[in-house]
Design a binder for this molecule. Sequence first.
Ligand code: PLP
Length: 370
Amino acid sequence: MSSVKETILEINLAHLTHNYNYLRSKLKPDVKLLAVVKAAGYGSDAVVMAKHLEKIGADYFAVAYVSEGIALREAGITTPILVLHPQPINFSVLIHYQLEPSLYSSRVLREFIAVAEVEKQKEYPVHIKFNTGLNRIGFWEDDVEYIIDHLKKTNTIKIQSLFSHLAASEDHNEKEFTINQINSFKKTASVMIAALGYTPILHQSNTSGVLNYPEAHFDMVRTGIGLYGYGNEAIYDNALKPVASLKSIISQIHMLEPGETLGYNRAFKAEGFIKTATIPIGHADGIGRQYGNKKGFVTVHGKKAYIIGNVCMDMIMIDITDIECNEGDEVIIFDNTSSAAIIAEDAGTISYELLTAISPRVKRVIIDNN
Ligand SMILES: *Cc1c(COP(=O)(O)O)cnc(C)c1O
């Protein structure tokens, strides 16, 4: 019998420390490390991640939305928090919680200055985001004059950092494009610095930028997936340790005869005598329908068991015909040895999506061996 009694996401803090130290070892000593804890700390638990990372020395945090930053402040996090993608409707509450906005367009810059004036702020720290080729959010290189003009008219804000984001830092075939992004950021940053008369923090690298482009580390790096144990490449995956393990148990075992079908819409049809197990995890827990019909697999007693039929809201069924196992036995969806990156890839997606999809109803169990 297994020690796991229901579906759980185990969160290993020693692994988080290991990954943090590994990523730090790639940086020059004076480069700051910003830990990205958006999307519930990539599906783990943002508060637990941030508290641990604050303790071991993270210099900065980033979240995507203002509500995520508020949750960290309310849990007692005091480290600076960059909000990567805020909306003007939340600027006033952002200021109340001492969160630092990414300002990524003329509209957003104007709106933030207006709110900061109403809130009687002086030199409120903001971060200016430049688009160097991802074409997602950010000012263009030729917006520098506009930004500087607006800054000259107000003392409500002060630029804490200038940053940009790489589009393909994990893709070695896109090296030329990435180098162009790095050079474009360098150029824009130097024009900004000359006009400002002071030097904000510069940052451009995500995890794969940390690993593949030392020339893009600048003053700070923003690392997310690496902290959670994935490096977008086998050599880095091997050096890192997955923080989260998703585990469940066998609820019930069925024997099917040839011709019998299983699950909704009878998507699976037994060709021979087969043994199936039903597991209490489904698409409402974050195992999407793309993992059904043998695109995804789990591990039972070290053996691969394919998900058969359609994924249900609260259950999956797996083929255990060739596996010795019983009701109540442990099932690994992903862990240290069965990587979320592989499972995601087999189903046509990436570790990021699989991890961040794990819904709040899956119980988080923290393992802290420190
Ligand atoms: C999510 C995000 C990151 C983190 O990327 P990883 O690949 O997970 O390291 C960094 N910067 C920005 C702007 C992001 O949106």
